[in-house]
Ligand binder design. Structure first.
Ligand code: GAP
Length: 513
């Protein structure tokens, strides 16, 4: 079995080789933590965005979508708290000169304790077989209970110190846990300092009159400042949501793990405006709804888990992450935040404009509370891509590399392959492409032996291959091959479109949520 690092390297090289993700400005040696999406990547990204948009906007009568600008009035970021509080606690190792996020160093330490718990669980499950009761084991096995208590107390202390801005205690915790620099092994640390993550830029021609702006670090504020515009023009009644997808920018210091943590990335966010006091039930409801959306893609229930936040952001009264099992372990994929009336309240205060809702049932005005769901599109891309990449041992002893992207998200749904480049087969194949392309992205490939073409399409993630051969000329039938099972069947040319539609149509997938 390849180790996690090797698997991750394979993910990155495969993404490049098959036109999914390229390093930005690669011919100039690239730009750190900035990436470009290639011909297949752009399609996968578009499909994920659409899968989210359909589930969020089209299928919910009380959620509408907007597209706000990246540039916003600079006071927005004062009001939202980002100027004062959007900081990362950083620490430098004096020997390696490497800079780290102090909280990430501590969380990585805790992840190692959690890995030990998982190992104990696996061992016990093997030992006890069918009679194994995981919940009971977790609550009674002394070693596991001690590990859990240690992990919890570390996270609790870190959360408290960060909340109180007690950076000296964050450093003390790193020293007490004897955390070493992952690069040099040294424990020679500087003090912990705060660093703001927003990118600054200027609007205006001359230096004197230019206005300092920020590139938005989240899309959410574009929704908050438009709350009243949308509510009034859309005659929206609480509870209702506003969704949007778009670019966000953060000057991440610890930029690593490929497209997991980027400096320019895309978010898919939804703010759900609710009556104050109902936030707890909506928080639980959206946690469940969002998990269902993830599970609808069939990427394995065991690959997801919730992580409740100890350290709450400045705007939240409850928060949880949906974590996914990436090649480097369980990490945050999506955040669900109960944001109270913090944002609308602050924008009211800073703009001097009323951002309230008149509730006809209650016959009074109030500042709505907000429940937010926020997912990184690039991070979702990485989850789908890394989970889909598999090496399979075949019965004949050979291996195949296959990208089992859920068919609904695959960049190309079908490849049409004439068995030979002669005898009129390419013409029939091309005619089929011309018909199918109105409904799907279709690839046409006539180069190399058909077996090699199948392998190429498997590795690119195409769920169906349709082969046109001499029999097609006689009876209008073709061979359709399924990527995941490699099963082939003979079907009528006129049936091809329906067979593919049934498996790639969003309706079929989204009915599960
Ligand atoms: N509006 C709330 C908000 O922005 P967040 O937890 O900072 O919350 C939400 O970000 C999601 O955006 C994360 O769960 C993650 O998927 C994605 N995200 C955040 N920073 C990112 C980065 N540097 N690169 C890629 N995705 C990122």
């Amino acid at each position: 079995m390849a180790n996690q690092e090797d698997i991750f390297k394979k993910v990155i090289s495969h993404a490049k080789e098959y036109g999914y993700v390229f390093q930005s400005s690669e011919i100039y040696d690239g730009l750190s933590a900035v990436y470009d999406y290639g011909q297949n990547g752009a399609e996968l990204k578009r499909n994920i965005r659409e899968y989210w948009w359909k589930a969020m906007v089209q299928l919910n009568e009380n959620i509408v979508g907007i597209d706000a600008a990246i540039f916003m009035h600079p006071t927005t970021w004062k009001a939202s708290g980002h100027v004062d509080a959007f900081n990362d606690p950083l620490i430098d190792n004096k020997d390696s000169k490497k800079r780290y996020r102090a909280d990430v160093l501590i969380e990585d330490y805790v992840a190692k304790i959690e890995a030990k718990i998982e190992k104990e669980v696996k061992k016990a499950a093997k030992r006890f077989g069918d009679s194994f009761d995981k919940e009971q084991f977790l609550s009674t096995n002394q070693r596991v209970v001690d590990y859990r208590a240690k992990a919890d107390s570390i996270l609790k202390r870190m959360g408290k110190s960060l909340e109180n801005e007690d950076l000296a205690d964050v450093k003390a915790l790193i020293e007490e846990l004897e955390i070493a620099c992952p690069l040099s092994g040294s424990k020679n640390w500087t003090d912990v300092k705060q660093f703001n993550l927003m990118f600054g830029t200027k609007l205006g021609a001359s230096a004197d009159s230019a206005m300092d702006l920020y590139l938005r670090p989240e899309t959410a504020q574009g929704i908050f400042v438009n709350f009243l515009n949308v509510q009034k023009t859309g005659r929206m009644k609480i509870p209702f949501g506003i969704a949007q997808t778009g670019k966000a920018f953060r000057n991440e210091i610890v930029a690593r793990q490929f497209i997991f943590r980027m400096r320019e990335f895309e978010q898919m966010e939804m703010q759900f405006f609710i009556k104050p006091g109902t936030q707890k039930e909506w928080y639980e409801a959206w946690k469940e709804k969002r998990m269902k959306w993830h599970l609808s893609l069939g990427m394995g229930e065991e690959n997801y888990r919730f992580h409740d936040h100890e350290k709450l952001a400045h705007y939240a009264d409850a928060a949880a992450d949906i974590e996914f099992r990436f090649p480097f372990g369980f990490k945050e994929l999506e955040g669900i935040h109960s944001r109270t009336d913090f944002d609308l309240g602050k924008h009211e205060e800073y703009s001097g404009k009323k951002l309230q809702y008149f509730d006809h049932e209650e016959n009074k005005s109030y500042t709505p509370y907000v429940l937010e769901t926020s997912i990184g599109l690039d991070r979702m891309f990485l989850a789908v891509f890394s989970n889909s990449l598999q090496e399979e041992e075949l019965e004949n002893g050979s291996t195949r590399t296959v990208l089992k992207i859920p068919a609904v998200l695959a960049p190309y749904k079908v490849a049409v392959l004439p068995l030979l480049k002669r005898d009129g087969l390419p013409e029939v194949a091309q005619k089929l492409v011309d018909e199918l392309k109105w409904d799907f992205n279709v690839d046409y490939d006539e180069k190399d032996a058909v077996g090699r073409r199948y392998r190429r399409q498997d590795a690119a993630g195409t769920p169906f291959c349709v082969t046109v051969d001499h029999q097609t000329l006689e009876d209008d039938t073709v061979t359709i091959r399924h990527r995941d099972t490699m099963e082939q069947s003979r079907v009528k040319l006129s049936e091809v479109k329906d067979i593919i539609s049934k498996e790639v149509d969003m309706r079929y997938w989204l009915q599960k949520i």
